[in-house]
Design a protein around this ligand. Structure first.
Ligand SMILES: [Zn+2]
Length: 308
């Protein structure tokens, strides 16, 4: 994992901006008009760093900013790009942002309170997953304790689509496809068939345990199975370096193991507190974020699977 966020070229005019230490990735595609930017980093400082790297590499203006999903670690740098370009997302991403942000007409929208920031990062249900005085909150407080998080700002999508949005560019097709509720509602992939590249964003975490606190694990596994049928050689995750479909399959196996473990717990008749305390995935315990996120992932999945 790089110590510093870094722009890498995956094919001619196709870039991935790989976050430091497994932090969120972003991407960009060069067109004759300018850049299609895929996600915006987690706050304005990193957003500007990403924008400067694109300027140095291409010298081109931004034509569109595309959100892969609503989570703040992918949208918090959006005002940097929204100054010069419209913002495109799946309609549920816009709905989700509007529902979490307080009502208002201004765009971008500033946020200063902890509750809204943490809901933007981890989902509106986080307050129901983590009990009020649970020591688990300490990690989440620390997560947004840096000065860059004092005031965060998100540009709301100006344009939305429902299922598929295709851009036919000279020599390159770019397909934005909604894959159904998976990592969260509204998550899309960006597929470049000619380049055999797919940006799957947070449908894939490489070198880090995934957040499933506002996810749909069965939808997520189905989405990965759908991506696995694409003819691609490079899969760009939301966190960590690009990988192959085969390595994406290993991540899918981990989700499957988690699904089995939680479904088994739900079927055994134990309650949610007991499941959160006892469900383990020993093979994955050494992954960063496992310890901090596993109990909340289990709670969210238990609520869905226990109700089936
Ligand atoms: Zn996410």
């Amino acid at each position: 994992m790089p110590d510093e966020a870094r722009l890498t070229q995956l094919a001619w005019g196709v870039y991935a901006f790989i976050g430091a230490g497994g932090d969120s990735n972003a991407g960009a595609i060069l067109t004759s008009e300018g850049l299609l930017v895929i996600d915006a980093q987690q706050h304005a400082t990193l957003g500007r760093q990403f924008r400067r790297a694109l300027a140095r590499e291409t010298g081109k203006p931004v034509e569109w900013l595309i959100f892969t999903h609503y989570h703040l670690d992918h949208t918090g740098g959006s005002p940097v790009f929204a100054e010069e370009a419209p913002v495109l997302a799946q309609e549920r991403t816009r709905d989700k942002l509007c529902a979490i942000l307080s009502p208002g007409k201004e765009n971008p929208r500033n946020v200063t309170d902890f509750d809204t920031k943490i809901r933007l990062l981890f989902g509106p249900n986080i307050g129901s997953l983590i009990p009020p005085n649970d020591p688990g909150w300490a990690w989440f407080k620390k997560r947004i304790a840096s000065p860059e998080y004092e005031t965060v700002s998100v540009a709301l999508p100006t344009h939305t689509f429902t299922q598929r949005h295709t851009l036919d560019l000279p020599g390159r097709t770019v397909v934005l496809e909604y894959v159904g509720p998976a990592h969260c509602e509204g998550n899309i992939i960006v597929f470049l068939p000619e380049n055999r590249i797919v940006f799957v964003a947070d449908l894939l975490f490489v070198g880090r345990f995934p957040w499933l606190g506002d996810g749909d694990i069965e939808g997520w596994i189905r989405a990965l199975d759908w991506v696995a049928e694409l003819e691609v050689e490079q899969v760009v995750p939301g966190h960590g370096p690009p990988v192959t479909l085969e390595e994406m399959g290993e991540f899918r196996d981990m989700l499957f193991a988690l699904h089995e473990a939680v479904a088994e717990a739900a079927a055994s008749g134990i309650d949610e507190d007991q499941a959160a305390a006892t469900v383990r995935l020993p093979a994955y315990e050494s992954l960063p974020r496992y310890r901090e996120w596993m109990p909340w992932n289990v709670r969210n999945l238990f609520r869905a699977l226990g109700a089936e």
